[in-house]
Design a protein around this ligand. Structure first.
Ligand code: F6P
Length: 726
């Protein structure tokens, strides 16, 4: 369209210029002919000084449409006879004197109020002597009007053409290209989901080759899927082979005849937020619960009930507050629960994260027990229980998986109304010692809430032991250490470790080289890269890690400008003062170290204070020579396992705090005490100087352990154990 516009404008320009030249030449010619014929009658009267005759000729001619005015001048430029309309200043115009001096007729276009005027001066002669001049002023405004009309007509035509061409293009793209492509895309998507047996349809002939290729691919996909299912079926009983999404699906349908699963957590897996121009964006929050459960739900389907925290969450749900997710390929239902600001403040910020979180983590932060927070905690737990009870009202023996410390009271609430439901709660954070837990004013209520479940899961055996001891100290019950169960009033609760993991099945994907553009954008150009990824939380040991890095650079200055540490710290729980303070401390500490150790444009620590998506993290995990995971206390820590899972080349080094649940299983990691900066610095040096063979040996062992106990196995074992409860 731009090209068409350019062509039409250029043509118009040439047409207008040609027309202008033609009209001007015609006017000049006519004026010349007029003055030549007038000269014959005017010259004798000028010579005989017959002013009245000259005046009468002038008046007769000047009374014409095109001629604006006429004047006759003697040789010194004095007017002899001038018509009224002739511009006054013509006699002083040098064109008159020049024409007489050079004895050459000449013309000029001059601007005037009503449009342009053409002035033509023709010298008068007697005996070859110049005796004066005849001046004619012709109206030339019509030339401009004609040119303007040409432009106007052509521009209107251009405008209409653009509308017609635009509409035709739109229709062409919409119906001939976009529609068949979207039909093709939809059939590919359906084939990918395994929902259709039909080949892609609705293709135009120019898409036929593509369509037939895609049809072959979907047939192959179907065959591969069938083979995977068969393989998964055969593997079901062989617990030592890796678990996959397919195997989990097969397991669910073989053992549970596809009984629906209900997951309940405080945090939702997808947050919808208002973007620019009334758009809605989707993000995945940081945190272990989401990382683990998302893969399980994608594999098994079902319903996930969670708090709708996004400011556009209400906009996208249906009348039942539900939405199918993941957005790009819906596989399960997300049901949102709405909470007021007061409820979030009391339940989430207050009791969950200012009381229970510090109570369960040995991070030397004092828990805050407020009665009003506890009230909101109970109320919100009641709301989640009510929502779940409504969802399972028509489901026989539903399988319910409740997640984490934010919902400790839900199991008992569910079992009270639906004793047939099989309820498990998984505690994603550490369980403290009995002595530590005893400081909680509502400890009995929390324990009773948890013991409503048929199964209580923790990451490690140690947390199970501590939980049993706590129950023994606080609650009247029968405790069976042989079977790890607690019985109260006929209800038995089993307590068991299930070390949570990530969705890694060890499939050797040959992937292209990771994209380094994110590092370049951050100005990181060193040979060695270290990586840390966490929520900005005081349990994660970020300050301790920075101290270790500072000590390392002081001990090993040869690594300055050769090693950079990238810390991704996603904002977390910012409504809580302790978290805001911690964020400030982390930023200030990074700045201080960068100032003291940094050189030229190199900074030892690059701090990214925002949430990174999985797609953004993957290349970073693959590039980083080492990953620092240094929590002062952590139930499991999935970042460590994600790093290991991403290392397809079986290289890189994991530095892991001994106070994480993950340290029990990842034997190839370099274990450290994060409270010792010296110990951390030594580990960094060890990681950077480790031989490729040593890296390979360690990484291989860690990858085997993550593959053998991945999140699919975690959920299969959790669900199988739950289903075995009477
Ligand atoms: O792993 C503990 C945990 O509280 C999870 O429940 C949650 O996924 C994660 O930390 C993130 O915390 P929050 O939901 O408070 O952002």
């Amino acid at each position: 369209m731009l090209a068409i516009a350019l062509i039409i404008v250029s043509f118009t320009f040439f047409q207008a210029s040609r027309e202008e030249l033609g009209l001007s030449a015609d006017l000049q010619y006519r004026t010349r002919v007029l003055t030549d014929s007038l000269k014959v009658s005017v010259s004798p009267s000028v010579l005989s000084h017959s002013t009245s005759t000259v005046q009468s000729i002038v008046d007769r001619i000047a009374n014409n449409d095109r001629v604006i005015g006429l004047g006759v001048y003697n040789s010194d430029g004095t007017p002899i006879a001038v018509s009224n309309q002739l511009p006054d200043d013509i006699s002083t115009n040098p064109i008159v004197t020049t024409a007489m001096d050079t004895d050459t007729p000449s013309g000029i276009f001059i601007p005037a109020q009503e449009g342009r005027v053409y002035i033509f001066v023709n010298p008068l002669h007697s005996d070859n002597r110049v005796i004066g001049a005849l001046v004619v002023a012709q109206n030339a405004a019509y030339i401009d009007t004609t040119i303007w009309n040409i432009w106007q007509d052509n521009l209107v035509r251009l405008f209409l053409q653009l509308i017609v061409i635009g509409a035709a293009l739109f229709a062409l793209v919409r119906w001939v290209i976009f529609k068949p492509l979207s039909i093709l895309t939809e059939s590919v998507r359906a084939a990918r989901r395994g929902e259709t047996d039909t080949a892609p349809t609705g293709s135009h002939s120019f898409l036929m080759p593509l369509s037939s290729e895609i049809s072959k691919i979907s047939t192959n996909l179907k065959q591969a899927r069938f083979a995977a299912r068969e393989e998964a079926r055969m593997r079901l009983e062989k617990l030592d082979s890796p678990w996959t999404a397919e195997r989990l699906k097969e397991f669910m349908s073989a053992y549970f005849k596809n009984r629906p699963i209900f997951v309940v957590s405080y945090r939702e897996p997808y947050v919808h937020s208002k973007g620019k121009n009334n758009t809605v964006t989707v993000s995945v929050p940081a945190g272990g619960v989401i990382t683990a459960l998302e893969s399980v739900m994608e594999a098994c389907g079902g319903t996930w009930i969670a708090y709708g925290s996004g400011n556009a969450d209400k906009k996208v749900v249906d009348g039942d507050d539900k939405i199918m997710v993941p957005p790009e390929e819906p596989k399960y239902t997300l049901k949102r629960v709405w909470l007021t600001e007061k409820e979030v403040a009391g339940h989430y910020s207050g009791f969950s994260n200012e009381a229970l979180w510090p109570l369960c983590h040995m991070a030397h932060v004092r828990p805050l027990f407020r009665a009003e927070d506890w009230r909101e905690y109970r109320k919100v737990n009641g709301l989640f229980a009510k929502t779940l009870l409504n969802e399972i009202r028509h489901v026989e023996r539903p399988l319910v998986l409740i997640q984490d410390y934010q919902l400790a009271l839900v199991p008992a609430m569910i079992k009270k109304s639906r004793p047939d439901a099989q309820v498990a709660i998984f505690w994603h954070i550490p369980w403290p010692s009995a002595a530590q837990f005893s400081i909680c004013p509502w400890r009995k209520d929390i324990l009773e809430g948890l013991l409503g479940a048929d199964l209580v899961g923790f990451h490690t055996q140690q947390y199970c032991n501590d939980f049993m001891e706590t129950v023994g100290n606080e609650i009247e019950s029968r405790i069976d250490f042989d079977h790890f169960s607690v019985t109260r009033a006929d209800h038995e609760t089993h307590v068991k470790p299930f070390p949570i993991s990530v969705a890694f099945s060890g499939a050797a994907a040959s992937r292209p080289e990771p994209d380094r553009s994110a590092l370049e954008a951050l100005g990181i150009r060193t040979d060695f890269i270290g990586l840390g990824v966490e929520r900005l939380d005081y349990t994660k040991g970020i300050l301790e890690r920075f101290k270790g890095l500072e000590f390392f650079f002081l001990q090993h200055p040869e690594y300055r400008e050769r090693f950079t540490f990238l810390q991704i710290a996603s904002p977390s729980r910012e409504s809580i003062a302790k978290y805001r303070e911690y964020g400030e401390q982390v930023r200030a500490e990074a700045e201080r170290i960068n100032k003291e150790i940094g050189m030229r444009d190199w900074k030892p620590i690059v701090l990214e204070n925002r949430n990174y998506s999985r797609e953004e993290l993957d290349p970073l995990f693959r590039i980083a020579n080492l990953c620092l995971v240094t929590p002062v206390h952590d139930g499991m820590n999935l970042v460590a396992k994600e790093y290991v899972a991403a290392r397809d080349e079986e290289d890189g080094a994991l530095i892991l705090s001994q106070f994480t649940g993950a340290s029990r299983g990842l034997k190839g990691a370099i274990l450290i005490n994060p409270y010792s900066a010296e110990n951390t610095a030594e580990a960094i040096h060890k990681a950077l100087t480790m031989t490729p063979a040593d890296q390979h040996r360690r990484m291989k062992s860690m990858r085997n352990s993550v593959r053998d106990y991945n999140v699919y196995r975690w959920s299969a074992e959790l669900i199988k154990t739950l289903a075995q409860q009477d």
